[in-house]
Design a protein around this ligand. Structure first.
Ligand SMILES: Nc1ncnc2c1ncn2[C@@H]1O[C@H](COP(=O)(O)OP(=O)(O)OP(=O)(O)O)[C@@H](O)[C@H]1O
Ligand SMILES: NCC(=O)N[C@@H]1O[C@H](COP(=O)([O-])[O-])[C@@H](O)[C@H]1O
Ligand SMILES: [Mg+2]
Length: 388
């Protein structure tokens, strides 16, 4: 079997997906809006287009005639996916799922209204005036997020009415794509939050990875760890919700399903129909397959017999602190000599403050207290610096 995959989005998550595909002899064309993106550096070919431009997308698909289209980010003209699916191309996980999850609205309404999953109380707003009304209805504090964004871009927390105008401006600036609309959510006082990587398969059962805990700053993950300590009751509730929403979307692949764990129970937060940034902890060898290998195998309908938890692990991000057209890295040699430690440098051609440029990985036997691995990952991440 030798399939051709067009990957739409070529960041660090796409890079690991391409490496997994190369390992089993598949062909990948990596696409993004800038040249020399991480996944382009390991793919068979690449294209540089504005993926929100339907005509440009059509031209790439017509040129490469892929068997699969694998979206890696949200900012894509996903309406075109129905045409490609009609041409016999498999859009991962499905054209419907990709359209439902390309921004927060359809997936939130599917989860909260159609499936009745517990979510934060929420409203939408398409202007600063509507945002004021939404804040009045949802209450303070509340979280404002652009409908199309990820990694916390354009997200802020409103604590008082004085924050509203600034929150609207920040959300408009941070929006990815041509949708100028936000979701306003009541602030959820969770004691912890998890990502439940969920693998749906063609003609085989849905499988769950062990829960992944993570800590966020500015709406972007800083550390993640697996297995996260979750009560049997919360895990069962989260798996039930994840099964419902992934099966409602249809298709095959790995989904990153995010939950808030509170004293009142589990809240569905959001879902990405693709590997999740917090799931990079699986690159530490915590499982028999990392999240990228699982996504690839499910997409190609290669049966996955089981997902086994081999070790405990943690990840900590490496962030840039400044703009640079040619970032360099110091400290790798010091980290390379540490036991039960690894790291990735994504190869992003430029940096900007807070851009994620790499990740440090720590691991040890399953019985290791997970806090020790997180702390070691945090300390080790301090040993590598991203220089402008
Ligand atoms: N309603 C909420 N109440 C409290 N905290 C929240 C709420 N919504 C989001 N957060 C915090 O912000 C983080 C990022 O939110 P969310 O995952 O919705 O944004 P995102 O940009 O899609 O992030 P990513 O794509 O990286 O998952 C959450 O993990 C959580 O820590
Ligand atoms: N939470 C979503 C996420 O982590 N997405 C990952 O970040 C890249 C964009 O990074 P960039 O903005 O630094 O180019 C995306 O291509 C994807 O790999
Ligand atoms: Mg998230």
């Amino acid at each position: 079997m030798k399939k051709k995959i067009v990957l739409l989005g070529s960041g660090e998550l796409g890079k690991e997906f391409v490496i997994a595909a190369q390992r089993i002899g598949q062909t990948v064309i990596a696409v993004d809006s800038y040249e020399n993106a991480p996944a382009m550096q390991v793919a068979h070919g690449f294209e540089v287009i504005n993926m929100l431009d339907g005509a440009a997308l059509d031209a790439v698909i017509a040129k490469h005639q892929p068997d699969f289209i694998v979206p890696e980010i949200e900012a894509i003209r996903t309406e075109r996916f129905y045409d490609y699916e009609a041409q016999g191309i498999t859009v991962v996980p499905s054209a419907k799922a990709a359209n439902f999850t390309m921004n927060r609205k359809a997936i939130r309404d599917l989860a909260a209204k159609d499936l009745g999953l517990r979510t934060a109380n929420y409203r939408y707003a398409t202007s600063a005036t509507e945002l004021e009304q939404a804040v009045a209805e949802v209450g303070l504090p509340c979280v404002v997020k652009p409908l199309m964004s990820s990694s916390g871009k354009g997200q802020s927390t409103i604590k008082s009415a004085e924050d509203i105008a600034k929150a609207w401006a920040y959300a408009v600036e941070g929006s990815r794509g041509d949708v100028v609309e936000v979701i306003v959510e009541a602030f959820v006082n969770f004691h912890s939050e998890i990502t439940l990587l969920t693998v749906t398969q063609n003609n085989n059962p849905t499988l769950f990875c062990a829960p992944i805990g993570h800590r966020q700053e500015r709406g972007d993950y800083q550390e993640s760890w697996q297995p996260a300590r979750v009560s049997d009751r919360d895990l069962a509730e989260a798996q039930d919700m994840a099964r419902k929403v992934t099966e409602a979307l249809g298709g095959a692949g790995l989904f990153g399903v995010e939950f808030f764990l509170t004293d009142e129970g589990v809240y569905f937060s959001e879902l990405s129909p693709r590997p999740h940034d917090t799931g990079m902890v699986t690159l530490a060898g915590t499982q028999n397959f990392n999240e990228f290998e699982l996504h690839l195998r499910a997409v190609l309908s290669l049966p996955i017999f089981e997902i086994t938890q081999e070790k405990a692990g943690a990840s900590a991000v490496l962030l840039a602190s400044a703009n640079s057209e040619n970032p360099t890295y110091t400290g790798m040699a010091n980290v390379a000599g540490l036991p039960k430690t690894d790291f990735r440098i994504f190869g992003k051609p430029t940096s900007r403050p807070y851009r994620r440029m790499g990740v440090v990985l720590t691991h040890d036997v399953l019985a290791t207290p997970i806090e020790q691995l997180v702390e070691r990952a945090q300390e080790t991440a301090q040993m590598i610096t991203v220089n402008p």
